[in-house]
Design a protein around this ligand. Sequence first.
Ligand code: CDT
Length: 303
Amino acid sequence: SRKLIAATAQLGPIARDESRASVVARLIALLEQAHARGATLVVFPELALTTFFPRWYIEDEAELDRFYETEMPNADTQPLFETAKRLGVGFYLGYAELIEEGGEKHRYNASIIVDDSGEIVGKYRKVHLPGHFNPEDWRPFQHLEKRYFEHGNLGFPVYEAMGGKMGMCLCNDRRWPETFRVLGLRGAELVMLGYNTPSHYPQAPEHDHLQDFHNHLSMQAGAYANGCWVIGTAKAGREEDCDLIGGSCIIAPTGEIIALTQGVGDEIATAEIDLDRCKELRENVFNFALHREPGDYTPICDG
Ligand code: CDT
């Protein structure tokens, strides 16, 4: 067996004016708690260094740029990298990435895997960007991911790290079975993801009471149908005036939730995960080589 103890490290709300130093101190506290429970891998949320800024229309470019990281690690996040390295703990971290290429700015909703020696071993840029491009006055809060981020240009890579095959995605990606299937086809044994999901869904408020259900439904189905572990981590609670769901969890390849946070603040939940358990599915009901019928799936790729 290939066992490790992993943690989902949920964050409560991050205020719009909260400093990076304050957020990083919270991340370090969670990482230390996870380490005290024996964890060697910690999964933080999407956009874990700032408030979920796509909920505002920000016209001033300099103000917008302050929510992005131009390098990683940087002076603010270095203490997190150092603590993780000293404790021998790897982590997944979501953040807004701003790079300049050929004199042009590019913005991505990104995540990285840092291994237990402190090295960045993988990067992902969000593929499924929800929300809208132009501000819409009827909404109680905006969701301007289509304005503030470009479509991720890395696809869904799988990285060898910490003794396993690791995949990543971000928030809305988890609702798309294709995300997990591509990662599954590439052999992912553990998929890590962070999310910022409002409890209120303005386009269909009659679904508000289903937000937690749909969150778990998507991740549990992704785990089961691809025989992989999934760790999903929320930024939760009332962030500025927006309530975000919690429900951060660790899901076995059987689709069962085996660890779950209880509240909507900073909190960890841990579990021992055995990467070899993926075989229970991948060598049986979801033996892709034996049972998949890709010839009948062509509409999926027809666009
Ligand atoms: N961050 C993110 O992708 N959130 C979306 C909110 C709903 S779509 C506007 C999600 O899928 O959870």
